[in-house]
Write a new protein. Structure first.
Length: 158
């Protein structure tokens, strides 16, 4: 295996691992934030942690692939080295994640306290049909806005 083949194989793996990570992000987007983020860190560690295969030539391979191949096919004795590398990278990644959460948490609480309680003036607030009809009765003809332009038709929410 030449140097170019080695770099080409790592490039192909990096693109495939990035695609798998993006799919994992899409699969976990519905989850609660504090369950979603650690799962994403775990996926990144599993996909992007390398382990040394041949110390003489300084050849690396993905730790998860080495672990799977050594356990399934009894190919070599690199399984403990790969598991140790996975554990070390995982420990480092989760320590950095916990540091990030420890910094983000007080900032988020401060911003939430500064913003105050949620009110009807929020961006995601949309009045119901009953509230819109009440506004029409209170303000008269609401088919036109302040500029005299015609408003769009309102559809009831189900």
């Amino acid at each position: 295996m030449t140097e170019n083949d080695y770099l080409l194989a790592w490039g192909a793996y990096a693109i495939a691992a990035l695609g798998c990570l993006l799919v994992g992000f899409r699969l976990t987007r519905w989850m609660w934030r504090y369950a979603r983020e650690p799962l994403r860190v775990l996926m990144a560690v599993l996909l992007f942690s390398p382990t040394i295969v041949d110390p003489a030539k300084e050849l690396f391979a993905p730790s998860i692939a080495i672990t799977a191949l050594d356990l399934i096919f009894d190919m070599g004795n690199n399984v403990w080295r790969a598991v140790a590398d996975l554990a070390m990278y995982g420990l480092i990644a989760f320590a950095l994640y916990l540091l990030f959460v420890a910094v983000r948490w007080p900032i988020a609480r401060w911003l939430r306290a500064r913003r105050g309680p949620a009110s009807a003036g929020d961006d995601d607030y949309e009045p119901t049909l009953r509230e819109r009809m009440q506004q029409e009765q209170d303000h008269g003809d609401t088919r036109y806005d302040q500029n005299g332009d015609r408003r769009l038709r309102l559809e009831p929410r189900i």
